[in-house]
Design a protein around this ligand. Sequence first.
Ligand code: FIX
Ligand code: ZN
Length: 411
Amino acid sequence: MPDFSIAEAVDKAFQNHAIVDIHTHLYPASMAALYLAGPDELLTYHYLKAECSRMLPDGVSVGAFNTMPAAEQADMIWQQLFVGDSSPISEAQLGVVTVMSRLGLNPRAKDLSEFRAFYASKTPEEYTDMVFEKAGVACVYMTNDPLDDTEGAMWQRGVNIDPRFKAVLRLDSALMNWPAPADKLRGLGYGVEEKLSDKTFAELRRYLADWVEKMDARYMAISLPPDFAYPSADSIALMMGNVVYPTARELGIPSAMMIGVTRQVNPVLKDGGDSLGKWDIANLERIARDWPEVDFLITLLSRENQHELCVTGRKFPNVHPFGCWWFLNNPSIIREMTAERLELLGTSFVPQHSDARILDQLLYKWTHSIQVIAPVFVEKYESLRAAGWPLTQADIQRDISTMFGGGKLLD
Ligand code: FIX
Ligand code: ZN
């Protein structure tokens, strides 16, 4: 007779472990203009704005909706997607219901007044402490961009960063659509040229090294389109091969690539207007083979890329799949991705990140993910026990703490 319930042991392992969330768009209260939290930000998250665009009141166009103040947008989204005449059962809708329930609020309220009053009753620091504690999160990795006017000014002034928020140097604004970023980089003292010359590459490597050090960035990240081809004469491929990968190798920090976004397929939806496409995974085989000393954190946006990403991880130990990103962050797909990753990679991957943009989202993104991921681990541990492995509760705790603690690369 087994001496303990695996299901109970897995649940306890998650309860005993504070999550390390390795990809978010969250910022500490000290970065005030970038700190997003509370009902109006939560309801106007671009997932919900996109879903509301399908259920706007008669006579209200998306264009007209876009011109409304945020509070009015939030009220309309609340009325159309929650109070309205259909159940809030999309993942983003369910998320709001989970958040409100976790905060002790009535998710079936007729308006947002109770949620707004609750949010107003706490300082940003108090709200942050409460959300981290309720969500069981120890720390989050940010998305940091020195070329963003607001954020760059904070770093230049000097900003006190809550140690629960770790920095990640985001590269899109510095490397994509060259030479558009050149002026801003020169404004920061980097002598880049319009052409992709050795001087430009050297100055961009200096930019990366300077800001990794300034921010104590744990990795460098970039989002790339599905047609990203390496090697190629495309400017972004030249940037990756002459700037990012050599810098990652020199500094000994991971290069994260988030691949498959087709930006602004419907611009009227603004930040909700992006979609996805399948990437040719042969590019990753070439990158991993050409840069064996670099650790690549990889998350791909197309469901059709997931199994082959696992296989590529088996071929290259420096390929580290992480998270169920964006359009994959739904229970039906999280379940499938976690199972195939465990079956093909064992414990050598990071199962999830939240990609949270609004602080409150930590309360649902992790709750929902663990509800789906835990049973997959239970099934695998049951198979392990059935195969004759004398499994212990300490084994389970060790695995969960490692895989949800940033994996072997991060902490
Ligand atoms: O590039 C990214 O980090 C994406 O996660 C975002 O651009 C995207 O808007 C998002 O937050 C999706 O969940
Ligand atoms: Zn993101």
